[in-house]
Write a protein that binds this ligand. Structure first.
Ligand code: GZL
Length: 329
């Protein structure tokens, strides 16, 4: 009798164990390697690279906000090469991630891989930079208005040189060739500045958004142009590299040659507070939390806004000195 009771209870325990596994498998969640069910969302993210202080802050924001949102993040750094980003996106398609997001290093050349993601029924979100592909190939684009950033810097130049009687020689350090921020910041700035015939852009060249290249290009421009009044650098990092070149040429940045930039990362804000920069238009890298919200909206069947423009401001030297102690990056 006792043996029969023991056998019956063992069978009952075994039946319960199997049915709970079955329940996990049928709950619609994918069972993980451990055999437990998981409803976690997996996001595959392809980052441009690590070319600037802005990019570091952007990467930190994404890497910190994924676990905070309960999202499994697969992250890749493309070292500023489009082919690496395309390979990463293809890998995420193979891995059947739930959502793909990326910051496109340049505007063109994405149609094929975006169509592959669409064919695999994996939604794509753009962050930071735009592409020229058909908007039906991505669900949402969150990032700054780069034309507006260029206009904010251009307006500062118009305001500060409106009474200039002699020509004002301007140098422009452009961002990565073919990148949306480089194209649009140049358009915003140049279209405004050319409304004052005294303002002359005497040299405009790419510094690839890096300090090293910004310094190298500025060294060559300084050698070729004895009279430079103002530098517009498309990001703080190129501005810092150029600032070093200006000092090594025996000139005072912020005084002999004024420097205006875009981003407002810590080192740029410090240069502004120290009087070596003269004005910065902010470009927020803190896109992580909003990206995770968009991913969760998509997975819960909602349709996020197609275009989300990040909120930003501008800084003078005084405002930078006041803001620095509380800056997050
Ligand atoms: C702008 C971003 C740019 C930054 C640079 O959203 O794409 O790339 O301005 C960064 O600092 O390298």
């Amino acid at each position: 009798m006792l043996r029969k009771l023991v056998a019956l209870s063992a069978a009952a325990v075994l039946a319960t164990a199997l049915s709970s596994c079955g329940a996990a498998n049928n709950s619609g969640g994918s069972t993980s390697a451990s055999g437990g069910g998981s409803d976690k969302i997996t996001l595959g993210f392809s980052q441009v690279g690590s070319e600037s202080g802005w990019r570091e802050a952007n990467t930190k924001s994404i890497k910190e906000s994924a676990p905070a949102a309960g999202i499994d993040l697969k992250f890749s750094d493309a070292q500023q090469k489009q082919e690496n980003q395309i390979a990463a996106i293809r890998s995420y398609i193979q891995q059947k991630v739930d959502v793909i997001a990326f910051s496109p290093v340049v505007v063109t050349g994405w149609d094929a891989v975006l169509k592959e993601a669409q064919a695999a029924k994996i939604p794509v979100v753009l962050t930071d930079r735009a592409v020229d592909s058909d908007p039906s190939l991505y669900v949402s684009f969150i990032g700054s208005d780069f034309v507006k950033e260029g206009q904010e810097v251009g307006q500062w130049v118009l305001d500060n040189y409106k009474d200039a009687s002699a020509p004002v020689n301007i140098v422009e350090l452009e961002g990565t060739v073919g990148a949306a921020p480089a194209i649009d910041r140049k358009k915003g700035f140049d279209d405004l500045v050319k409304t004052n015939p005294n303002l002359k852009i005497i040299a405009s060249q790419s510094g690839d958004f890096t300090r090293a290249k910004g310094k190298e290009v500025m060294q060559a421009i300084l050698k070729a142009n004895p009279k430079i009044d103002l530098l517009f650098a498309h990001n703080d990092d190129m501005g810092i590299g150029a600032m070093q070149a200006i000092e090594e040429a025996g000139k005072k940045p912020g005084t002999d040659i004024k420097i205006v930039t875009i981003d407002a990362v810590h080192d740029g804000m410090q240069a502004l507070a120290d009087g070596k920069f003269n004005f910065i238009a902010e470009c927020s890298p803190l896109l992580g939390p909003q990206l995770m919200d968009i991913v969760k909206q998509i997975k819960s069947g909602q349709t996020p806004e197609k275009r989300i423009i990040t909120k930003e401001t501008t800084f003078t030297q005084q405002q930078a000195a006041e803001a620095l102690p509380n800056r997050k990056y």
